[in-house]
Design a protein around this ligand. Structure first.
Ligand SMILES: N[C@@H](CCC(=O)N[C@@H](CS)C(=O)NCC(=O)O)C(=O)O
Length: 215
């Protein structure tokens, strides 16, 4: 059985949980507490698994996979049903572009270690840290809202009427934004798609609140 190393609050682990659920794959869970004792991701045993000290890690037999989007595409290739990416090259590019607009442009700037560096090393105030978070999330979400709202390919989900990689990345980012008190009212298309996703068990059961390690 595959084993997922994650943390209830991690958006990147949340993405992989959604993909595993959509594929109907059962998996073993291992918990890496990202703050306890300075962070279990820095423990030598975990570093041996992922020298980048980030969750998630997926173990499949002898293989150790890192980077949530690579893991999800691996799952999609190994277990093609239901597909998380369509066959058409342009459609795939659109979906990957939406996913990467979050995974590369928003998420890394607001990751735990980045916020901690701002706070503890650069000594910015709590207000400045919050301003940083809000700035990068809003900048990213504004562009996404415009793209999704004006594109006829957007339907019940980011692309058509079945969930894809784009929805898998969107939903955890919106959950994270809410946790940091971002006003999501300016993003009606994003929140409408989020509601369609969270009506599905695969998404609902992957939420931080539904994880055994929730605090
Ligand atoms: N690009 C990576 C991001 C992984 C990542 O940033 N994980 C966060 C949790 S969402 C983490 O482990 N943070 C630990 C830290 O900041 O020290 C992926 O998609 O897997």
């Amino acid at each position: 059985m595959m084993k997922l190393f994650g943390y209830f609050r991690s958006s990147a682990a949340y993405r992989v949980r959604i993909a595993l659920n959509l594929k109907g794959l059962d998996y073993e869970r291992a918990y890496v507490h990202l703050t306890r004792g300075g962070g279990e991701q820095f423990a030598p045993e975990y570093r041996a698994l992922n020298p980048q000290s980030l969750v998630p890690v997926l173990q499949d037999g002898e293989a150790t996979l890192t980077q949530s989007l690579a893991i999800i595409e691996y799952l999609d290739e190994m277990y093609p049903r239901p597909p998380l990416l369509p066959l058409d090259a342009l459609e795939r590019a659109r979906i990957r572009s939406l996913a990467l607009a979050i995974a590369c442009e928003i998420h890394p700037l607001n990751n735990l270690r980045v916020l901690r560096y701002l706070q503890h090393t650069l000594k910015v105030s709590e207000e400045q840290k919050t301003a940083w978070y809000h700035h990068w999330v809003n900048t990213g979400l504004e562009g996404l809202e415009t793209r999704l709202a004006r594109d006829p390919a957007t339907a019940k989900f980011c692309h058509g009427d079945t969930p894809t990689l784009a929805d898998i990345v969107l939903v955890p980012q919106l959950g994270n934004a809410r946790r940091f008190n971002i006003d999501l009212a300016p993003y009606p298309t994003l929140t409408r798609i989020e509601a369609s996703c969270l009506a599905l068990d695969a998404f609902k059961n992957a939420m931080p609140e539904a994880q055994p390690d929730v605090e």
